[in-house]
Design a protein around this ligand. Structure first.
Ligand code: FES
Length: 300
């Protein structure tokens, strides 16, 4: 009977030498579990508002757990050849066959444990992949509902300055400008209004707005219809409002119609009236949404 030498990964592989491999399997399983926990922690931290240092540390642990686990698996738990086996050319002896079956049985048990590690790795990677959706999901933000259609301006709302004092008919000279809010909502971004006085007589900017500009006071939403910057500059000579972000110009005498720049539509005008004490009040809220166009409105 001749004998040949061959390279093989199977029967001669000494599984008994891997009794310590159980410890290694536990260690690797622990790494994957740690990675999973770090991934979950990262998701929770991100969802609650985020904290860069904590997120960085958790991301480090999550990736480290997977990385070290995979490397250790490859290095310590997979057979490394080449293995030299002496084998019979033709038929194995009964003793050899028995030894083979026993070895196969032990190997099957080990493979069963390895499949557990495979599942742990899959769960860790799956959780980490799922985490990548979080920035996308969070960027969707809350549904705006009707909030884009309404401000805190309403019928008879008192027009007040930034210090909370009421605006009266004598507060602006012709050519003057002022930022105002509805009483009780000072500083609220969607409520900011730019008040200008191009003349000292009633102004009509468009048909249907005959009573909106008493004694030359005109009020427009300060939120630019292009990208929402505050329209903060009034050029008295040309009677135009300027948005500093992208230089849109709005002609106040024609209802803040855009005459230059990317703004697609006029600034909404707030109808005013003067009460018995000489204070400025709004006749109603805006008759259209303020600010940039959005998906239900378009940029008409
Ligand atoms: S935001 Fe006003 S012009 Fe762009």
């Amino acid at each position: 009977m001749s004998e040949v030498k061959s390279t093989s990964n199977d029967s001669e592989y000494d599984y008994s030498s891997m009794t310590g491999s159980r410890t290694m399997e536990r260690f690797i399983g622990g790494l994957f579990a740690t990675s999973l926990l770090a991934t979950v922690g990262l998701g929770v931290t991100f969802w609650l508002g985020g904290q860069p240092q904590i997120e960085g540390a958790l991301l480090f642990v999550a990736l480290l757990g997977i990385g070290v686990g995979v490397v250790a698996w490859g290095k310590y738990l997979t057979p490394h050849g080449p293995f030299v086996q002496e084998r019979e050319e033709l038929k194995s002896s009964d003793m050899d066959r028995d030894a083979f079956y026993k070895s196969l049985e032990r190997g099957t048990k080990i493979l069963g444990r390895r499949s557990f590690l495979g599942k742990m790795l899959g769960v860790s990677l799956g959780a980490f992949g799922l985490l990548q959706l979080f920035p996308f999901l969070r960027s969707l933000g809350p549904v705006p509902g009707k909030s884009l259609y309404v401000t805190d301006w309403h019928k008879d709302a008192q027009v007040v300055k930034v210090d909370g004092s009421p605006v009266t008919v004598n507060d602006l000279e012709v050519g003057g400008v002022m930022t105002v809010f509805p009483e009780g909502f000072i500083g609220n971004a969607v409520d900011q209004v730019i008040l200008v006085r191009p003349a000292n007589y009633n102004l009509v900017t468009r048909p249907g707005r005959e009573s909106w500009g008493p004694q030359g006071y005109l009020a427009f939403s300060k939120v630019c219809t292009h990208a929402g910057c505050p329209v903060g500059l009034y050029q008295e000579l040309t009677q135009q409002l300027l948005c500093p972000c992208h230089q849109s110009l709005f002609d106040v005498l024609t209802g803040a119609t855009p005459v230059f720049g990317p703004a697609p539509r006029p600034l909404p005008q707030l109808p005013l009236y003067i009460d018995a004490d000489g204070g400025l009040r709004s006749q109603s809220g805006f008759n259209e949404p303020i600010g940039p166009g959005f998906w239900e409105r378009g940029n008409e």
